[in-house]
Design a protein around this ligand. Structure first.
Ligand code: FES
Length: 341
């Protein structure tokens, strides 16, 4: 029996993964997995079960009326889960909260296997889970409880889904609660995690990609690049990695390794600091040549602090170079929440 994995990405950022048998409708598979997706008629009449298919291959089904799902909606990727039959792994955006569907966050624990500081800029944290590798989409994050406190912090996976070893790239913050804990952390220490979370994840790759990373916003792109390197990609992928100081440029060797494994991948680095000797100084928007925008036929992914996200959006608005899609995640180091679109 063939099973497909369906990621249900809820409005509150929670993602749950269910298995769907070949030929099974998503609504039935979700119910079997104890998740009550929105539904009313389950006959393709009311449209209550409408979701957006973000990626994957599927049959829409034949047994629904135009009032429930129009041709235009179907062309935009909307589906009726009471009719949709997947023919590959899929990601569905569900327009309601996980709580409304009688599900919620997943918790798991992991032990520290390595803590590697990079000057005063960042810390590479490696964990290993005891049980099965947690499912997540490349680009997503988890909340990690800070031991000995009531606080948690959000960090994107820098490792690929399916690995029991989890990687994170964490900004080092003076007096930060997680930075403080990591300063004394040692292999074997345990951490509790909640997730995966977030709507910032790699969609189906249908056109060239432009990745824009600000500081430790590099982490989700490392996860995406690992997935792309394993699968191979015909599409051009370019990453612009912007930081404040020279010392903030970490894991450049990892990017060089991806460029060697994935011939369609290139990257450039940019340093903002005036005193830097770096060949490209300033902001990522000042080092975004027209060719990486492919005349607008490009999917742009950006992960960085709020001013960087706003500057890039302004740049696209002012230059008229509207990309085919623009996915971003704003993060504020030392704050528990993230914002994505
Ligand atoms: Fe009514 Fe799917 S539940 S159309």
């Amino acid at each position: 029996m063939t099973f497909y994995t369906i990621a249900l990405n809820f409005e509150d950022g929670v993602t749950r993964f269910i298995d769907c048998k070949q030929g099974e409708k998503v609504l039935d598979a979700a119910f079997r997995n104890k998740i009550n997706l929105p539904m009313d008629c389950s006959d393709g009449v009311c449209g209550t079960c409408k979701c957006r298919a973000e990626s994957g291959a599927y049959d829409l089904g034949n047994d629904f009326i135009e009032d429930a799902l129009t041709d235009d909606e179907a062309a935009e990727g909307l589906v009726l889960t009471c009719q949709m039959v997947p023919s590959s792994d899929c990601v569905l955006a569900v327009p309601t909260t996980s709580i409304a569907c009688k599900t919620g966050h997943q918790k798991f624990s992991a032990r520290v296997t390595a803590v590697a500081p990079h000057h005063d800029a960042a810390i590479v944290l490696e964990l290993e889970v005891d049980a099965a590798a947690p499912a997540f989409l490349p680009g997503q994050y988890v909340n990690i409880d800070v031991p000995g406190s009531s606080q948690n912090r959000s960090y994107s996976f820098s490792s690929a889904p399916g690995d029991r070893r989890l990687g994170f790239l964490i900004k080092k913050i003076p007096d930060g609660v997680m930075s403080g804990w990591l300063a004394g952390a040692k292999p074997g220490d345990r951490l509790d995690l909640t997730g995966p979370l977030g709507s910032f994840y790699l969609r189906d790759v249908k056109r060239p990609l432009l990745f824009l990373a600000g500081g430790t916003g590099l982490a989700p792109f490392l996860s995406m690049l690992e997935v792309l390197a394993r699968a191979g990609s015909e599409q051009m992928i370019h990453l612009i990695y912007g930081v404040t100081r020279d010392l903030d440029l970490v894991l450049v060797d990892a990017l060089e390794a991806y460029a060697a494994r994935l011939p369609s991948f290139t990257f450039t680095t940019v340093v903002a600091e005036e005193a830097s000797d770096h060949p490209r100084k300033g902001w990522v928007t000042q080092h975004m040549p027209a060719e990486v925008l492919h005349g607008g036929d490009v999917d742009v992914y950006l992960c960085g602090p709020p001013p960087m996200v706003d500057a890039v959006r302004r740049h696209f608005d002012e230059s008229g170079a509207t990309p085919a899609s623009f996915h971003y995640e704003k993060f504020t180091p030392n704050a528990p929440a993230r914002e994505a679109a």
